[in-house]
Design a protein around this ligand. Structure first.
Ligand code: HEM
Length: 475
């Protein structure tokens, strides 16, 4: 996952090593001053990159303050070669601006053997069969939130969606309940918002004492870690630990290849990584979902009809189309650590290569009429691994992809079951950069009319019984 942000500073041990190999070259690219290119990447990224692609083709170099010369790639064959490169040739973690924010053990900040080992420990909870266990938590949290929305009044969904996705991760993935859940719910939004700002401003990543952003960020992290320590201790004492489905319980039981357990610091870094990687991405994709379907009443109608019939195929296709047309993470990034030839260029060491979902997904040679929102294009079609890349790819592909898909599927279903979503003729919301994710500029505004329930049950209880849940169902 790549924020359009500067890398770690040169005093940082994760900073790139100096380049050591000879005749190398970079593809041409825009010659505007670096300040203007940086501004364009932050504010008008897609039009800027589209223009560059029209002029220079599907591989070109841009210059961004802090990132230096960066190769943008949007050709599926080149993306394939990049995703498939050996782990020691291209790094994704060390040198990532996210490492300094998330900790040295974070999956997003490590590479090679260390990465593979840690990834193996984290993957099992996110495999297909486990998803069903998490669905009931998502349905319950979605119903709780949606039922609180006023009837017929417009509101931005970005925050409500973040509340849903945060509570889902905290409950399903961390097994948090009660006071600890509440405390994390209060701490995490401030920590992630501050982190998204700091990742763009490495000069602010130092202690200035008092309540400077970096000190505040550190203090919040210590408070979060203290709660994680308690959760870990509770899990270790839990006689039913082996029966639990949450990720924290699985991490506590996980063993490295040498048989040693994960330390609390390792577990904490992975938990904040899952929080940082998982909750805003999913929430803003859901906010885009609202933004898209309100502007396409024919899609809304198909979704509603399918729900009435108990199907989900069209909803699946719609989610894929939302992620194609509004990828919240614009790039999957790698850094060249050993000689790497791509598209006829021997790229210099430490060159950053960004695989651009924001370009590939809009290539008319790959997706007919890319500007049109057409879920049908994914009906009965498995998206291609190297043209549809909202979750990145290769050995770094998002480990939460199935989880995120399940979550978006359940939230959309619950929304459409419980409320009539009112279409709008307002212009499309603009793309707004939030530090890591690209979100709908007005927060994905919605207006709903709650459906009258035939049996007169209170809304939340009805949702719970329809999903076969109680409102306090254990995970
Ligand atoms: C719509 C929602 C999501 C999107 C668009 C998304 C996107 C991405 C992308 C683009 C990457 C980088 C892949 C690469 O470099 O090739 C990534 C990595 C990652 N994501 Fe997600 N993600 C989402 C949800 C989640 C969720 C729900 C979780 C977990 C709860 C999660 C956990 C991770 C982790 C741990 C990584 C690092 C994988 C590694 O480096 O091996 N993500 N995600």
């Amino acid at each position: 996952m790549t924020a359009t942000a500067p890398p770690a500073t040169s005093s940082d041990p994760t900073a790139p090593a100096p380049s050591t190999f000879g005749a190398t070259s970079l593809p041409p690219g825009p010659r505007m001053p670096i300040a203007l290119q940086t501004l364009a990447m932050r504010t008008r990224q897609r039009p800027f990159l589209e223009r560059a692609r029209r002029r220079y083709g599907s591989m070109f170099t841009v210059q961004v303050a802090g990132l230096g010369k960066t190769v943008i790639v949007s050709d599926p064959e080149l993306i394939k070669q990049t995703f498939r490169a050996d782990a020691d040739v291209l790094h994704a973690g060390t040198g990532s601006p996210l490492r300094v924010m998330l900790g040295d053990h974070s999956l997003l900040g490590i590479d090679e053997d260390e990465h593979m080992q840690q990834r193996k420990l984290l993957l099992p909870p996110f495999k297909g069969q486990r998803m069903q266990k998490y669905e009931s938590v998502v349905a319950e949290e979605a119903a709780r939130e949606i039922d609180s929305w006023p009837d017929g009044v417009e509101l931005a969904t970005a925050e409500p969606m973040q509340r849903i996705t945060l509570r889902v991760i905290l409950r399903a993935v961390f097994g948090a309940e009660g006071q600890r859940l509440q405390a994390l719910e209060e701490l995490v939004p401030e920590w992630t918002t501050l982190g998204s700002r700091l990742v763009l401003a490495p000069w602010m990543q130092r202690s200035l004492g008092g309540r400077s952003p970096w000190d505040r960020f550190g203090a919040l992290r210590r408070q979060i870690d203290a709660i994680f320590d308690e959760l870990i201790a509770v899990a270790k004492d839990d006689p039913d630990l082996a029966e639990r489905a949450d990720v924290l319980a699985l991490l506590v039981q996980a063993r490295h290849e040498d048989g040693t357990p994960m330390s609390n610091a390792e577990i904490a870094d992975e938990l904040v990584t899952l929080l940082a990687a998982g909750h805003e991405t999913t929430a803003h994709t859901l906010a885009w979902a609202v933004e898209r379907i309100r502007r396409h009443p024919e899609v809304l109608e198909c979704l509603q009809e399918e729900i009435a019939e108990g199907g989900r195929t069209y909803r699946d296709a719609t989610i894929r189309e939302i992620q194609r047309s509004r990828p919240v993470i614009a790039f999957a990034g790698r850094v060249v650590r050993k000689p790497f030839a791509l598209g006829g260029y021997d790229l210099p060491l430490n060159t950053r290569v960004l695989m651009a979902a924001c370009l590939t997904h809009y290539d008319p040679a790959l997706f007919e009429h890319p500007d049109r929102f057409q879920p049908d294009r994914f009906l009965g079609v498995v998206p291609d691994t190297y043209t549809w890349i909202p979750f990145g790819g290769g050995i770094r592909r998002c480990i939460g992809a199935s989880f995120a898909h399940m979550e978006m599927d359940v939230v959309l279903r619950v929304l459409l079951e419980r409320a009539e979503v009112l279409p709008t003729t307002e212009p499309d919301e603009a793309w707004a950069f939030r530090g890591v994710v690209w979100a709908p500029g007005d927060g994905g505004r919605i207006a709903v009319r709650h459906r009258v329930l035939r049996n007169g049950e209170p809304a939340l209880a009805a949702a719970a019984s329809a999903s076969g849940l109680t409102t306090s169902s254990p995970v």
